[in-house]
Design a binder for this molecule. Structure first.
Ligand code: DC
Length: 240
């Protein structure tokens, strides 16, 4: 991953990483922090999701590592400012196709962790993520950002919550979008993603040694945001 060197004048306190399991609230926290600081918000999960969506569209087997890796190396995924006011925080494009909502389908949820296991897929997508991160002034969210993609970041947060709490949140989100969904299925799907994300050989989900651990059980969005903002401000102050 270090084939992209650190620019000499980069202020690593302006790189904030947020890792944690599915549905722990990383996206909401990341967006709010980025907005408060005037930084770019970048959710790396969308890249794995976009690749998975495309593979499903093309009928590629989730076991076909070689084809998936080749696809990861050439797929033109772009994340841009939102072009529609339909609740999205950004647009996700594959070429000229807007896949912002398509990548949130349950079918993608159920396959994305498998696609994310393959080392070649991770290498291709992580390199793009690192390139963006090294521009600085960024809040980057994912599973391995503090450990692998941007280990030099001076501010790392690991956001956790219990499986049941996360399932409740994801269930409520889905219901609010008008989807027909069962709580038990959401719970089971999250449990399986946790298992795959945290046991894979390359870049498994785990807190970086220098990450600040936040357990969001029993805390609302505002409390988590205030806590994280305090952490950021105090680290940035220490560095000056
Ligand atoms: O954050 P999310 O649920 O949108 O992420 C979807 C999947 O992508 C997640 O289950 C594992 C993978 N992922 C990853 O392996 N590494 C990242 N940095 C981000 C996501």
């Amino acid at each position: 991953m270090n084939n992209l060197d650190l620019p000499k004048d980069l202020d690593t306190t302006q790189i904030i990483t947020i890792d944690g399991p599915a549905a722990s609230g990383k996206s909401t926290l990341g967006q709010r922090l980025a907005q408060a600081l005037g930084y770019l918000y970048f959710d790396t999960g969308v890249m794995y999701r976009a690749l998975t969506w495309l593979a499903l569209q093309q009928g590629i087997s989730m076991q076909d590592e070689e084809t998936l890796t080749a696809l990861a190396e050439k797929v033109p995924i772009e994340v841009t400012q939102p072009t529609q006011a339909d609740g999205r925080a950004y647009d996700v494009w594959i070429g000229n196709q807007d896949v912002t909502w398509a990548i949130r389908q349950p079918q993608v949820d159920d396959h994305v962790s498998i696609v994310s296991i393959y080392p070649g897929v991770r290498r291709a997508l992580s390199q793009q993520q690192r390139r963006i991160g090294l521009r600085g002034k960024v809040v980057m969210v994912g599973r391995d950002i503090g450990t692998v993609v941007l280990p030099e970041a001076a501010i790392k947060i690991y956001l956790d919550a219990s499986l049941e709490e996360r399932a409740r949140r994801r269930f409520a989100e889905r219901q609010a979008r008008g989807e027909e969904v069962k709580y038990e299925e959401v719970l089971q799907s999250l449990r399986e993603r946790d298992r795959i994300d945290s046991t894979r050989a390359v870049a498994p989900l785990r807190p970086a040694e220098d990450a600040v651990y936040i357990d969001s059980d029993g805390k609302d969005l505002d409390q988590v945001f205030e806590l994280a903002l305090q952490i950021v401000r105090s680290r940035q102050k220490q560095a000056t």
